[in-house]
Design a protein around this ligand. Structure first.
Ligand SMILES: Cc1cc2nc3c(=O)[nH]c(=O)nc-3n(C[C@H](O)[C@H](O)[C@H](O)COP(=O)(O)OP(=O)(O)OC[C@H]3O[C@@H](n4cnc5c(N)ncnc54)[C@H](O)[C@@H]3O)c2cc1C
Ligand code: SF4
Length: 548
């Protein structure tokens, strides 16, 4: 081992994304000395770029916002037991952005609160055979003050009156919604005809100057790209900046946490990490907070075996890495008579929450909304009608005539967790630093797809009522959906036989080891998850400081 630099801090936070950024700010502002280890690079807007081929919206080629092509693959096991080595940009890798800010640097910034019934899925619907559907140990009311904190401290624009129809909310959003575009005008028409309730999509975007930064300039490249106006609010330009401003936090990019160090009593003593050159270092700490994202946090715990826990920290009940979930998206596309794309970002604008819960004959549901401004390449890959050739003159003519007319409506279907959907350490394949890579296997529960079919049907109905001359929908396959919305691998619970962390995010059996990312989600909601990651991280870090 080269270069065994040793440092001592109060807390090490692993990962600078949605959860890690919040944890770092709360701890540093409470007077703690914090080291943030971030595997990815600290990239400028120019370095991330606006390349239509290499970006996080349509991953087909190695992209600049990480993980790097050379960092290492994952191994994916299919339903027949067949194994495939998958590179970061290939379908099935199930990656999120790997750079300072994590997913929040590039995300679409939809800022949904989970609905109250999202926390009580098992008691609301019963537990389908073969699933691990469960209630959370906490409810919406426990999280409500922290949702509010995330909305104000990170910055969300939205409509308080419309939101109050769905969530008990004490305080309005700090900013009013962005102006609506042509998609919203058409969808409002359809919703009125159907009698559906709609609301503007809440976004972690400045609709007016906020937090010392400018308002959105409505460029076309929002989701999957960095923001040219610095108006999209993520960890990198809010909570991480706050943590660094205290003078007590240090951020180390290109620093990969390899394993957690633990003494014989089970007390975590620090983190062994690797720098870009491959040199190993140890950071000693009073407290360690894992926020590396659902797949990498599980991998890190599994890669830290001890005599007491030979399968990794917190893993004596074989729970770390199970219940891996994300969102099986359900969609429909409609061909409108009039143009519905005006070229103004971010694009996504209007939603309905009428189908997130209590739909006859299915379990859970999804929020439905229109789509972000779509890249021409993504339009070609995903938005063409069935039967149209994918190349040639007919294809080009259709693209020319309809790029501005085809509208996509869809939403994140709440997955029914499956204990066999999981991430483990691969026994053979190692990454560029010699660490065993994640081995992903299993699929979402079939119930998620039944719900998906129902949701795609509602999307189609909405498009037709909005004036589409024809509409079509696709079926999601029975596979793993653990990419950008990955969650669930260290689920929260009171019973250590069925969960990994307690209701405060602390790993069972380890007083000073916490998880503050999407891993802790018991279920992943029928809406996008990031505001819940942030709210939980505020709650976990606040409690940790109060107890410390
Ligand atoms: C293009 C895109 C669009 C999205 N749009 C939305 C949206 O509109 N709404 C929404 O709710 N969500 C959206 N998401 C998802 C959202 O970003 C995630 O839900 C959220 O970021 C998850 O937070 P996290 O803290 O669990 O992980 P992350 O934000 O992924 O943070 C984990 C961090 O840990 C780092 N890391 C990993 N391993 C290590 C290691 N061993 N050592 C050190 N560091 C490590 C990673 O590089 C990363 O920075 C989007 C994501 C992407 C990429
Ligand atoms: S639409 Fe463009 S300017 Fe507005 S938040 Fe998104 S990236 Fe930034």
């Amino acid at each position: 081992m080269r270069g065994t630099g040793l440092m001592r801090v109060d807390a090490v936070v692993i990962g600078s994304g949605a959860g890690g950024g919040v944890a770092a700010a709360v701890l540093a502002e409470a007077g703690k000395h914090v080291l943030v280890l971030e595997r990815g690079r600290d990239l400028t807007f120019e370095e991330i770029g606006r390349d239509h081929l290499r970006n996080h919206r349509l991953t087909r080629y190695p992209h600049r916002s990480g993980p790097d092509y050379e960092d290492g693959p994952r191994v994916v096991v299919d339903a027949t037991g067949g194994e495939k080595v998958v590179r970061p940009h290939e379908p099935g890798f199930h990656g999120n952005a790997t750079l300072v800010g994590g997913g929040t640097r590039l995300y679409g910034a939809q800022a949904w609160r989970f609905l109250p019934a999202d926390f009580t899925m098992a008691s609301t619907y019963g537990v389908p055979a073969g699933s691990s559907l469960a209630d959370w140990p906490i409810g919406y009311d426990d999280l409500e003050p922290y949702y509010e904190r995330a909305e104000w401290e990170i910055g969300v624009c939205g409509d308080h009156a419309a939101g109050s129809r769905h969530w008990r909310r004490a305080r309005p959003y700090p900013m009013s919604p962005l102006p609506e575009g042509l998609q919203a005008a058409a969808l409002r028409r359809g919703a009125a005809a159907l009698g559906w309730d709609v609301l503007p999509v809440p976004l972690l975007i400045n609709s007016v100057p906020y937090g010392g930064r400018a308002a959105c300039t409505r460029c076309q490249h929002c989701v999957g790209f960095a923001c040219p106006a610095d108006a999209k609010n993520g960890s990198h330009n809010t909570v991480l900046s706050r943590a660094l401003a205290t003078g007590r936090a240090r951020l180390l990019p290109e620093a990969v946490a390899e394993r957690l160090e633990c003494d014989p009593s089970g007390r975590v003593t620090g983190v062994r990490w690797v720098d870009r050159s491959g040199a190993r270092h140890v950071a000693e700490a009073e407290v360690v907070i894992c926020a590396a994202g659902a797949i990498e946090t599980a991998r890190l715990l599994q890669n830290s075996p001890t005599r007491r826990e030979p399968h990794g920290l917190g893993n004596n009940h074989d729970q770390v890495g199970r219940h891996l979930q994300g969102h099986a998206y359900a969609w429909a596309l409609g061909e409108m008579d009039e143009p519905v794309h005006d070229g103004l970002g971010p694009g996504v604008s209007l939603a309905t929450l009428d189908f997130v819960h209590y739909n006859d004959g299915v379990i859970g549901g999804a929020m439905l909304a229109d789509e972000f401004t779509v890249l021409p390449l993504a339009f070609w890959a995903r938005n063409l009608p069935p039967g149209l050739p994918r190349w040639g003159a007919r294809n080009k003519q259709y693209m020319r005539d309809n790029y501005r007319r085809v509208m996509r409506v869809g939403g994140p279907v709440q997955e029914i967790p499956n204990p066999e959907a999981r991430t483990r350490l691969d026994p053979q394949v190692r990454d560029r630093w010699g660490i065993p890579v994640a081995r992903l296997s299993g699929a979402t529960h079939p119930e998620s797809l039944r719900t998906g079919d129902f949701i795609a049907g509602r999307a189609r109905e909405w498009l037709l009522a909005s004036g589409a001359r024809r509409a079509w929908a696709a079926r999601a396959p029975l596979t793993l959906h653990a990419g950008q919305h990955q969650s669930g691998t260290c689920r929260m619970g009171d019973d250590e036989r069925t969960s990994v962390v307690d209701r405060w995010g602390r790993v069972h059996g380890h007083d000073n080891l916490y998880v503050a990312d999407a891993s802790v989600h018991v279920t992943n909601g029928g809406v996008n998850p990031v505001l819940t990651v942030m709210a939980l991280a505020f709650r976990t870090a606040e409690r940790l400081c109060a107890d410390w």
